[in-house]
Design a protein around this ligand. Structure first.
Ligand code: ASP
Length: 732
């Protein structure tokens, strides 16, 4: 400051600047910071400035080693009295894990024999000359370091950190190189998508978050409006209607990396908010989408070093169900189904006979060469009795192929012809195991056998983990049956395969196919879309088929139908679930690993504690209070009711402070029930628990049977499990 002696103002500025300056010991600045992880032997001799976090420390008395970590990686820094000023050595003695520091030093080649091949910079280290502690860290809730400081030493990884703890301290969790790598790769993948779509003439356009409900099959997240008390915006389940309106608006090719919100029941690998790559184009057909998406996804997977073979195969929904029992078949392994219904058309085997009399079907699959691992005992007692009933089927027929023939508990009921035809149909050889399911319902046979295929594939390790097999699934049913009518399999804007249907004829509606397509990789649906309806009348008939009244249609979709009256071009599109695609490319155990700040499995954010209660005043502002005076409990209405009724039923007083813990327990129980439900089919369960009423005759008293007292009552019951007796259903 040469103008110090000038005038008073300059003098004042000088004083302020001096006060703002860090104290002497913190005087370092950030000129040309070198990324820690990129230093190499060729930097030997260079003076460098580094900034980052103390990943790990190793104190050798006089000499202190640290691993300094920034986003680029880790480098070892050494503080030694030989080369580091004493004051700096003393300051280094204060360092602890995750202190944020700035340091200057010289890059040197490591002494031979002390290299660390576990880190890319393991041939060099930085001899510290100066050190500034920028920010201290409290003791950590869990270990962040993933790299050993000693060559060859096992990495002491704390794998067992509870996920909720990781999410609560996500900012620390994100410092782990693994998490940083996930987010960096996610960024690269999305950047690649943007670049490619830009090349193809797509433009990214944002659509509203505060909007009207878009039906994608889930509940809406609602946002109350302060200006219109009692009215709500819905957060978008997808930008479906807006992207179609953009086509009507002549944008021709749109895309968006967009957040969508679906209030679904808790299921693994779902998030209440998730990211889609959403796109739409005009004047195109299915082939355009297939070609575009194949190039796009191949590029995305390439970033993870995965090559997807093209063209991607295609399979109709019917074939997918018939051969793999799923609308998202995993092509990585065989065991595809063969139909055996015709083989048994005049069978004497009672169970099959009954199934066929009721118009059912019999399907099976060959588990090649696995008879040694699928013993009689496993097949009968585990699969036929326990596992397959859990998939909704009444039972399973198994046959092991031995010495050119079939071995099982029922083959004696099959004729020679039936046995030979089975061997032929399933191309069976010695050592194979044939599994069959028969049922009056085709969809039940497909779905149970489909689940069995995955179960056996996983259990016997038949699914290669490093293969990636994409597939287009096409020609879905346009509608699915509901109790009374039909509902859209995708969404109601999907073009049907034909347009001459009667919207009131349920049977006909259920026979319609849609021009929808799903992109499946390794049995996971990564995205889906369709060619859309661009004709108002047809769209109206679809709404009618769905049972919507004219009033409902007008109220929900009037604005959209109006747009279809103004020269709507033919168009179609698709959306990819970005979180899922990235998780698959990076091979992470859940989508939460590739999202910076996800909710936990219970749709709760352990970091911010959202959702949380809000001030009564806020509710009042939004017109959400019963202004009659009742003050609501914290938590959602549904949860209050549940907790209140739990309190009532169990006759226990629940303190308001205990509510969050109880709500969490209820959520866990619900998640568990949902998991079970998701595996159930619609059929009645085979065994059920029924309420038992006291049937004692009037005028007599109930008393405990002597047999029960002696424990003889269930003495002859066929089996017990976990302390339960299996009783004849007549007792029910
Ligand atoms: N909106 C659909 C979805 O979110 C995708 C589409 O049809 O483009 O699944």
């Amino acid at each position: 400051m040469t103008y110090f002696f000038g005038n008073g103002i300059f003098c004042l500025l000088w004083i302020i600047e001096a006060l703002n300056k860090p104290a002497k010991e913190d005087e370092m600045e950030y000129p040309d910071r070198s990324p820690c992880g990129l230093l190499t032997l060729s930097d030997t001799g260079k003076e460098v400035t580094l900034a980052g976090w103390v990943d790990a420390l190793r104190d050798h008395g006089e000499v202190l080693f640290i691993h300094l970590r920034d986003r680029s990686g880790i480098v070892q820094v050494v503080f030694t009295p030989e080369s580091t000023p004493p004051a700096i050595c003393a300051r280094a003695g204060l360092l602890k894990s995750e202190f944020c520091i700035l340091l200057a030093g010289q890059v040197v080649k490591r002494v031979e024999g002390t290299e660390n091949p576990g880190i890319p910079t393991g041939d060099i280290e930085v001899v510290a000359k100066d050190l500034t502690i920028l920010s201290r860290a409290d003791p950590l809730p869990f270990q962040i370091s993933e790299k050993s400081m000693v060559a060859g030493a096992a990495v002491k990884r704390d794998e067992a950190v509870a996920e909720d703890l990781r999410l609560q301290y996500r900012y620390l969790d994100l410092r782990r190189p693994r998490m940083q790598d996930h987010l960096i790769k996610r960024h690269r993948i999305i950047k690649g998508v943007r670049d490619y779509l830009d090349e193809q003439g797509f433009i990214e356009i944002e659509t509203p978050m505060l909007t009207k409900s878009t039906p994608e099959g889930a509940r809406d997240y609602l946002v109350p409006s302060r200006h219109y008390p009692g009215s709500f915006y819905a957060l978008p389940q997808s930008p479906q209607l807006f992207k179609q309106l953009l086509m009507v608006g002549g944008m021709e090719r749109y895309f968006q990396v967009v957040r969508c919100f679906r209030d679904e029941d808790l299921r693994p690998n779902r998030q209440p908010e998730f990211t889609q790559l959403d796109l739409e184009a005009s004047f195109i057909d299915e082939e355009f989408i297939y070609a575009l998406l194949e190039e796009l996804t191949a590029r995305m997977f390439e970033i993870g070093g995965i090559r997807l073979l093209r063209p991607y195969p295609r399979m109709t929904w019917t074939d997918a169900m018939n051969t793999a029992g799923s609308d998202k078949p995993d092509l990585r392994f065989g065991m595809t189904f063969k139909d055996a219904t015709d083989i048994f058309s005049d069978t004497n085997y009672g169970i099959f006979k009954q199934v066929l009399m009721r118009g059912g079907c019999i399907k099976g699959m060959n588990v090649k060469g696995q008879s040694e691992r699928l013993s009689k005992n496993v097949l009968q007692n585990e699969y036929a009795k326990e596992i397959v009933p859990g998939f909704g089927a009444k039972g399973m027929t198994w046959m092991r192929v031995m010495e050119g023939g079939l071995e099982s508990n029922i083959v004696q009921f099959f004729s020679d012809r039936e046995r030979n035809e089975i061997l032929e149909r399933f191309e069976a050889e010695n050592g194979d195991v044939i599994l069959m399911i028969a049922d009056p319902s085709w969809s039940l046979v497909c779905s149970a056998l489909g689940q069995l295929r995955l179960h056996v594939g996983e259990r016997l390790g038949l699914i290669p983990a490093d293969a990636f097999l994409p597939l287009w699934v096409t020609e879905f049913p346009l509608f699915e049956a509901t109790e009374k009518g039909v509902t859209s399999s995708h969404h109601p804007f999907t073009m049907p395969d034909r347009t001459d249907f009667d919207p009131e004829n349920r049977e006909e509606l259920l026979s319609l196919r849609s021009r929808a397509y799903d992109l499946v990789v390794n049995g996971e649906e990564l995205g889906g879309g369709s060619i859309r309806i661009n004709d108002r009348n047809l769209q109206n008939r679809i709404f009618k088929a769905l049972g919507l009244s004219d009033g409902e249609v007008e109220e929900k979709f009037g604005f959209f139908l109006r747009a279809l009256e103004y020269g709507a071009p033919p168009h179609g599109g698709i959306a990819l679930g970005i979180d899922r695609v990235v998780a698959m490319i990076l091979g992470t155990s859940s989508i939460r690993e590739v999202i910076a700040f996800p909710k936990n499995r219970s749709a709760f954010c352990p970091l911010t504690q959202a959702p949380s209660s809000v001030a009564v005043e806020q509710l009042a502002d939004l017109g959400l209070l019963d202004l009659g005076g009742a003050q609501p409990y914290p938590g959602s209405k549904e949860q209050q009711d549940l907790i209140d009724s739990l309190s009532w039923v169990s006759r226990i007083w629940i303190d308001p402070q205990e509510r969050p813990a109880i709500a969490a327990a209820i959520d866990q129980a619900k998640a568990y029930a949902d998991r079970i439900n998701s595996r159930c089919v619609e059929e009645e369960p085979m065994f059920s628990v029924v309420t038992v009423a006291n049937r004692t005759r009037k005028g007599t008293e109930s008393r405990v049977s002597q047999l029960a007292e002696k424990g003889d009552l269930f003495k002859n019951s066929p089996s017990t499990k976990d302390g339960y007796f299996k009783v004849a259903s007549i007792l029910e």
